[in-house]
Write a protein that binds this ligand. Structure first.
Ligand SMILES: Cc1ncc(COP(=O)(O)O)c(C=O)c1O
Length: 351
């Protein structure tokens, strides 16, 4: 049996974890050099004079229930951005190990690799932005410790085929971590690949409360992995990573009535995505809209600068990808509220 931790940095495996102050809420805290007085104006009962609970038990439990895993398979972090950074730092030695990803995709994978001093191997998505498992497997070489896959993919919006993901997992078993970023999975018709973890311990899933759950400002990301990987990442995450207000907000978002509202909002955004797609594709300025399983559309324009400027004149900010390889003429448009989408449609129709 292969130990997934054999892929990790030996120095991190040997690292003595930083012993942060114990979380004993019933006891008087004279062990953490905090200030004894809370300022009620800060956050009321939250007591911001105190350090927060590291990897808060109740939140971890609620997340484990929500995702259908054991608490030992869950790590909370400051957005899934931090999850990306943690896996790269724990598994890649600067100047020696490499990170693979499939452009066009989320820029943070390359960025985290660069910060860590890890080289990158880029294996482009195919002509429809699908995952070509054969090319990925051919692109692997012994220094590649991590491959990042993103499904639904940002900025293209499409889901990667589950069969192709499984082929990559099988082909790279024991050779690399497969980090599957499912930040937008709630908006997709297809389910998570989380269940594959029982057969593939190298599979690390990234989830977030930023998108479907509407908590981007709280910064709560989730790493779901086998306990050995979670334990390793927990060694290097800064202590008290989540602030007390974030812990409260994240926990509240997992209550049944909030989850029902989230589901309803996701449904409404999917309806809006279809409506926006239909309205935009009818405009003369729009050349193509890529199929999307996420809460955004990748739209190719005859003149992206003109479309961007028309939206901006109406106070609408879009994301310009038109100078990125393979994305000439493309803007990424987040699906907003019905009113926001109407404003966008009118702006572009008048462009
Ligand atoms: C694919 C993908 N992964 C991860 C993130 C980071 O999300 P967060 O750090 O808010 O959890 C984003 C944000 O846009 C994203 O598009």
């Amino acid at each position: 049996m292969i130990d997934v931790l054999d892929l990790a940095r030996p120095d991190i495996r040997a690292l003595e974890p930083y012993a942060h102050s114990a979380w004993e809420p019933a006891l008087t805290r004279l062990h953490a050099n905090e200030n004894p007085w809370a300022d009620g104006a800060d956050a009321g009962a939250l007591g911001l004079n105190r350090y927060s609970e590291s990897q808060p038990k109740a939140l971890i439990g609620a997340l484990a229930t929500h995702y259908g895993v054991q608490p030992g398979q869950v790590l909370t972090c400051r957005g899934s951005d931090e999850g990306i950074d943690l896996v790269v730092r724990a598994f890649c030695r600067a100047g020696r190990d490499r990170v693979m990803f499939c452009p066009p995709t989320f820029a943070m994978y390359g960025f985290a690799a660069a910060v860590q001093g890890a080289d990158v191997v880029e294996v482009p998505l195919d002509g429809s932005f699908g995952l070509d498992a054969d090319t990925v497997l051919k692109g692997w070489s012994p220094g590649v410790k991590i491959i990042f896959l993103c499904s639904p993919n940002n900025p293209t919006g499409n889901s990667l085929a589950r069969g192709a993901i499984e082929l990559v997992l099988t082909g790279l078993a024991g050779r690399a971590l497969v980090v599957l970023d499912e930040a937008y999975i709630e908006f997709a018709g297809v389910g998570s690949c989380l269940a594959l973890q029982s057969r593939h311990p190298e599979l690390v899933i990234l989830r977030t409360l930023s998108k479907a759950h509407g908590l981007a400002g709280a910064r709560c990301g989730v790493v779901l992995a086998v306990p050995a990987i979670i334990g390793l990442l927990a060694r290097i995450i800064p202590p008290y990573a989540l602030t007390a207000p974030t812990i409260v907000a994240a926990f509240a978002a997992l209550a049944p009535e909030r989850l029902a509202r989230t589901q309803d909002r996701v449904r409404r955004l999917v309806v809006e995505r279809k409506r926006l797609h239909a309205a935009l594709i009818a405009l003369p300025l729009v050349r193509k809209i890529w199929p999307s399983d996420a809460n955004f559309l990748l739209v190719e324009f005859d003149d992206a600068a003109r479309a961007y400027a028309a939206a901006a004149r109406n106070g609408l900010l879009l994301r310009d990808f038109s100078r990125r390889p393979r994305l000439a003429g493309c803007l990424r448009i987040t699906v907003g509220s019905p009113e926001e989408n109407d404003r966008l449609i009118m702006s572009l129709a008048a462009a």
